[in-house]
Design a protein around this ligand. Sequence first.
Ligand SMILES: [Zn+2]
Ligand SMILES: [Zn+2]
Length: 102
Amino acid sequence: MEFCDECGSMMKAEDGIWECGSCGYTEPKGDADQYVITDDQEIGEVIESSGETSLPETDARCPECGNDRAHWYMQQIRAADESETRFFICTECEHKWREDDN
Ligand SMILES: [Zn+2]
Ligand SMILES: [Zn+2]
């Protein structure tokens, strides 16, 4: 915190300077600058695939992103007497959809 040499008001930190909100007096920030901006956080970090998917892969076009590889698995839905349905999970966007074989 800094106070204005001119009028004694509180000064606010601007880019590299202190600026008085009352009279506009400015003063360069000294070595005692405590506003250290740590900028070590990477933006857009690559999301790595977890690799936990053990499902088989096949050629299937994702309706969501157009990717042509997808994991698949069989699952029985609705009544027990119905045949199993194949589901796909896009390897790119993880969109899940049902094979439409009717
Ligand atoms: Zn001032
Ligand atoms: Zn996709």
